[in-house]
Design a protein around this ligand. Sequence first.
Ligand code: ZN
Length: 202
Amino acid sequence: MQSLIEYARTFPAALSDQREEYARLARGQRPQALFISCSDSRVIPAHFTGARPGDLFELRTTGNIVPRYRAQAACGVAGSIEFAVQALQVPDIVVCGHSHCGAVQGLMREQNVATMPLVRRWLGWAGHRTTADQPWQTRGLGEDPVAVTQRHVLTQLDHVRSYPFIARRLASGRLRLHAWYYTVETGEVLAGTPGSRGFRPL
Ligand code: ZN
């Protein structure tokens, strides 16, 4: 932690030649995209997209899970999505999963999260449950973690589509959706292609 504190202390001085850019940021934001990714410390969207401050409106959740739309949801995820789309009018939304995702491993093997009831309940929003009393479907997701994660990303993107204000913007062509998969060990990003369940390099 100490190295993080030291860096933050010297950060303002390091910006001395970028004063204009940061002053512009203070006047407002117009991000290029809403970027939904996992909380995992190894997944840093700005690292592999080259995003500068102001470029990405980030939403990070355990397992990049986006619960389906519920009108009464008092949920930070839903609130962030609504703000990004309605107030900031982002033209693109990315849902980005990643390799070695602990949440996906928890979805595949319930015993991994047996001692974490809050995580278990959150994973229930991933959309893989088959019945109301079953937290999620463990069989049927498959054994290949890459394929499972990519299907999981597409499911979360389906959940994004369930938000009425997003459906309206998609219908009018004012919004585009993207399914991405980030590989931790190589830095490669794959993208889901429309009309296909496969992922290919960007
Ligand atoms: Zn993850």
